[in-house]
Design a protein around this ligand. Structure first.
Ligand code: HEC
Length: 120
């Protein structure tokens, strides 16, 4: 009997995890992330599913799927302005995301989570 109720508890915990009920997932504000990407012209170089000058958000999500440091890596990418290569072979510093107020890490993390949550 004891064993059985423990199994039930474990099964419901697994269902919870599968449904994605983690605090991070609940915190994602999709509309805010889309607005921020819009304001920063990210879509000029990134499609959701289509590669342009840069990889699609889906490709980035797949690259980092299951990696613990994914959000940090994206945040770093969006704040450091490292040199990137465009499709025509020219190089420029990657856009540093602009927020209102400036350098609002909560907004930048939200955008990173949004990119990483892209599904096929
Ligand atoms: C002028 C074109 C351009 C603009 C504008 C641009 N990007 Fe990029 N982005 C690139 C290119 C090119 C790469 C590929 C870099 C590489 O692979 O070295 C890239 C890479 C990325 C990556 C992948 C980083 C990784 O670690 O794999 C993310 C995420 C990203 N950009 C997000 C954004 C966001 C968000 C914005 C808007 C704030 C933005 N980009 C604006 C060209 C652009």
């Amino acid at each position: 009997m004891k064993y059985q109720s423990r199994m039930i508890a474990m099964a419901s915990m697994a269902a919870f995890a599968l449904a994605g009920f983690s605090p991070a997932a609940l915190a994602l504000d999709v509309e805010a992330a889309k607005d921020l990407a819009e304001q920063n012209n990210c879509k000029q170089c990134h499609g959701i599913k289509k590669d342009k000058d840069g990889p699609s958000f889906l490709k980035t999500a797949e690259k980092y799927r299951g990696k613990a440091n994914a959000e940090d890596e994206i945040v770093k990418h969006l704040t450091s302005g490292k040199k990137v290569k465009l499709a025509d072979g020219s190089e420029e510093n990657h856009k540093i995301v602009k927020t209102m107020p400036p350098n609002d890490m909560a907004q930048i993390k939200n955008l990173a989570q949004y990119i990483l949550s892209t599904q096929p």
